[in-house]
Design a protein around this ligand. Structure first.
Ligand code: NAD
Ligand code: DAU
Length: 330
């Protein structure tokens, strides 16, 4: 199989490429990635049979020939960080909307199978005491420039399926953790702060809840959908991992041998979504997927060990990420 992975030098995409090469020998992988601040060729190392093309998913001259030679396209490329989207939404509109449109047009021309990667944030947020969780039937209600551009990209995919008969599926996943995640994100930021002797930073009171899933479980679900998913369908991916941000920070502190109260509460994110929660019944019952990282504490301990052992990977990102947060009082 000839596979095109957009955004394959980012966090989830790079893990997807590693897993694919490990578990599906014989797959011929091409990565298309702009290598923005969030992408790193080093995340792919020197994996055999992987070709990295540096380019913009919104550039039809780059995208068309790559789609023409692929059997399957998995579309991870995106601007992915909510805080950045509040500072400057423009790259989010470019990559998440124009980039997805450009890819869809190439996929339409060449009749290629597409899987589009999206987020649970398209559904907005839930109250802390609401027993509800997101399902495939929850109405879209995104809050931030990031999540609204992801919602728009999902709607483009749905329209191309209905209008042009595209062979596409969509998945919306909850918060991922694991190796190769940029240090701007919550969990790696706190781990690398502690490795630097700096106190973790919790937005507001830390009551906000995220539904954590290990990145390897997300990627196994993506392959399950490519293999067995129904064309035109959306699948929610989640591993019943709801935790408040305060619980997560306290667990990181404990696992790193510190006092669990040694963190600072800093300025809250504007429009901060309160709670995300995924009901992944369709994926489990129709396609037979189950998460394998059932123990969040063990997965987090592995992730802490990975950052401890891979300072050469994250150190070049750290100062710029912290400078941005310092300017925002976070
Ligand atoms: P990331 O920011 O770590 O990686 C994004 C990658 O896309 C980077 O390698 C970057 O260089 C590349 N990229 C950005 N703009 C590009 C462009 N114009 N052309 C080509 N490449 C470009 O993001 P991530 O956390 O790995 O997320 C990957 C996908 O998964 C995104 O679509 C995101 O919305 C979705 N998602 C993420 C999470 C999560 O918890 N991180 C959860 C659910 C869904
Ligand atoms: O739900 C899926 C989404 O999860 C993905 O679509 C996004 O690409 C991904 O970035 C993530 O979005 P969040 O905004 O939830 O993730 P982030 O890591 O930025 O923050 C997680 C929570 O932690 C959020 O409630 C904000 C809070 N936070 C974040 C940082 C960076 C803090 O309290 N302190 C921090 O320093």
């Amino acid at each position: 199989m000839r596979l095109l992975v957009t955004g394959g030098a980012g966090f989830i995409g790079a893990n997807f490429v590693h897993q694919t090469v490990e578990e599906r020998p014989g797959t011929d992988v091409t990565v298309l990635d702009k290598l923005t601040y969030a992408g790193s060729a080093g995340s792919l190392g020197d994996i055999p049979n992987v070709r990295l093309i540096e380019g913009d998913v919104a550039d039809p001259d780059v995208v068309d020939p790559l789609v023409a030679e692929a059997d399957v396209v998995v579309h991870f490329a995106a601007e992915s960080h909510n805080d950045n989207s509040l500072l400057d939404p423009s790259p989010f509109v470019h990559t998440n909307l124009i980039g997805t449109f450009t890819l869809l047009e190439a996929v339409r021309r060449h009749g290629t199978r597409l899987h589009h990667i999206s987020t649970d944030e398209v559904y907005g947020d839930l109250e802390l005491d609401d027993p509800a969780r997101f399902t495939e039937r929850t109405p879209y209600n995104p809050s931030s420039p990031y999540s609204s551009t992801k919602a728009g990209s999902d709607l483009l995919v749905r329209a191309w399926v209905r209008s042009f008969g595209l062979a596409a599926t969509i998945s919306n996943c909850s918060n991922n953790y694991g190796p190769f995640q940029h240090v701007e994100k919550f969990i790696p930021r706190q781990i690398t702060n502690l490795l630097d002797g700096v106190r973790p930073r919790l937005y507001g009171a830390g009551r906000n809840v995220r539904d954590w899933i290990h990145v390897r479980d997300h990627n196994r679900a993506v392959w399950t959908i490519i293999d067995k998913g129904r064309i035109g369908e959306t699948y929610l991916i989640g591993a019943d991992g709801e935790k408040s941000n305060r619980e997560v920070v306290e667990l990181i502190l404990e696992l790193m041998g510190c006092d669990r109260h040694d963190y600072d509460n800093v300025a809250d994110r504007a429009g901060h979504d309160l709670r995300y929660a995924i009901d992944s019944t369709r994926l489990r019952t129709e396609l037979g997927w189950e998460p394998t990282f059932a123990d969040f504490e063990a997965g987090l301990a592995d992730t802490i060990a990975w950052y401890r052992d891979h300072e050469e990977w994250w150190r070049p990102q750290k100062a710029a990420a912290e400078a941005k947060y310092a300017a925002a009082g976070q």
